[in-house]
Write a protein that binds this ligand. Structure first.
Ligand SMILES: Cc1ncc(COP(=O)(O)O)c(C=O)c1O
Length: 451
């Protein structure tokens, strides 16, 4: 029995020799660690790490967790032997160039031939930079995002001292355009955050309608597509989501996370600005760095100082193996994940024990377990979650407001209902749908027989 891929480690050893040969001109220096001590600690570390959900396995179908591609793992590890820092070119010459190339490829995926952008710690920092720039350009004006936008937006506005307001959502958990327009009429709004792929339900805000409002009210658009961004490449979106992704190039800034659907280890987010002149807002003086080259040092256009060059190396290698193009292998695997989500939703919708309020727009499925009232349905969801986990099927839970389940006979004895949620992020999920369904079916049957 094996669940972890190990065969690719052979390639790492070979690549290390190639890397080492680049430093042949130096006098010999061969550090030898104490292998016995190292082995003892590393084996103990491996044992500690067993205390995890099996994120790498198709039966892990819960939160937004996707194993990095072997090429990303290997390239990241390879870079660890020199540990470049992508702040100044002094700290990471090759990895800074690789970052600029990889980020330009992501910008091109969204239709931008020119841009300003860089990698960062993750979606939170990418959004922080997007909102920080927005606040510099529209000082004192409000930022709004939908009630289903990631909680980070209201929190970041608190950090930045910017007024924030929530826009109501429609029954599909997308931003409600009438509610947005009402807020815009106040004249106080400088920036609208449009989420293409919400965290809870994978809903896609109607960007085309927001763009029409921009013509009338004139505001900045920051697209948070930390989760959903790569779905722009797939060929099986429904029309509203397709229309939104087709207009993404009209945004002013975009946050996307290579460490979600881009097959990267954690620590890899990306912020992109349409207008390269935004760079002047980052201008600062550093008495320590920026000496070895007049070329752009990435530290001159980032809020973070030290950043992992290895993250750029992993991303560059992944995009070289799996280019970001429609019809390619990478896009095909994302389409499969989406097909898995659609197939699961279909089965749920055909089974009266479940309430599957809306079809997935990406690869996230949410469903409630039927019950007399919201509290009984919520208890059942927790019980099914536990019963599935006991059979090694790992799902997630999410609390949804009554407004997202308007057409049910459930009595609303509380304001929210706890639903099951599954991020079917792996292409293998499609082939594993039968075993996933069998476990869910049996778990639900056992919960029904006792509650
Ligand atoms: C839409 C969206 N934005 C932002 C974030 C925050 O990203 P991170 O966890 O990488 O900081 C997430 C994380 O789930 C997300 O789904």
């Amino acid at each position: 029995m094996t669940t972890l891929e190990k065969s690719s480690l052979e390639v790492l050893r070979e690549a290390l020799e190639v890397l080492d040969s680049g430093f042949n001109a130096l006098p010999d220096h061969s550090p030898l660690p104490d292998l016995g001590a190292l082995r003892e600690v590393l084996l103990a570390t491996a044992e500690r790490l067993q205390d995890n959900y099996p994120y790498q396995h198709p039966l892990y179908a819960g939160q937004m967790l996707k194993p990095p591609h072997p090429i990303a793992r290997l390239a990241y590890m390879l870079a660890m032997w020199i540990n470049p820092n992508n702040h100044a070119l002094d700290g990471g010459r090759a990895s800074s160039a690789m970052e600029k190339e990889a980020v330009a490829q992501i910008a091109a995926m969204f239709g931008w031939q020119t841009h300003l952008g860089h990698l960062c710690g993750g979606g939170t920092i990418a959004n922080l930079e997007g909102l920080w720039v927005a606040s510099r350009l529209h000082p004192g004006q409000k930022i709004v995002a939908s009630a289903q936008a990631h909680y980070t937006h209201s929190r970041l506005c608190g950090v930045l001292g910017i007024p924030f307001e929530t826009v109501a959502t429609d029954q599909r958990a997308r931003m409600d355009i009438a509610a947005l327009e009402k807020l815009l009429e106040s004249g106080e709004i400088g920036t609208v955050v449009v989420t293409l792929g919400t965290t809870a339900t994978g809903s896609v805000d109607p960007l085309p309608a927001v763009l029409s409002l921009r013509e009338r009210y004139g505001f900045r658009i920051h697209v948070d597509t930390a989760y959903g961004g790569y779905f722009t490449l797939v060929d099986n979106l429904d029309a509203p989501a397709r229309a939104a992704f087709d207009q993404i190039h009209q945004a002013d800034s975009i946050a996307i996370d290579p460490h979600k659907h881009g097959l990267q280890p954690y620590g890899c987010g990306c912020i992109l600005f349409k207008d390269p002149a935004i760079g002047t807002l980052y201008q600062h003086d550093s008495p320590y760095t920026y000496f070895t080259s007049d070329e752009l040092h990435l530290g001159e256009i980032t809020l973070e100082c030290s950043r992992a060059g290895a993250a750029a190396v992993g991303l560059w290698a992944t995009q070289r193996l799996l280019p970001l193009e429609g019809g390619g292998v990478f896009a095909g695997e994302l389409s499969q994940a989406r097909d898995a989500a659609r197939a699961l939703h279909q089965r749920l919708a055909n089974d009266s024990r479940f309430l599957a309020p809306f079809a997935p727009e990406l690869d996230i499925v949410v469903w409630a377990i039927d019950g007399e009232n919201a509290s009984q349905a919520s208890q059942r969801a927790h019980a099914v979650f536990d019963a599935c986990a006991a059979q090694h099927l790992h799902l997630a839970l999410v609390k949804l407001p009554a407004s997202l389940l308007p057409d049910t006979a459930i009595e609303w004895d509380q304001e929210t209902i706890t639903c099951l949620r599954s991020c079917l992020m792996k292409p293998e999920h499609l082939a594993w749908l039968d075993p996933i369904w069998t476990i869910l079916d049996q778990a639900t049957a056992s919960v029904y027989s006792t509650s």
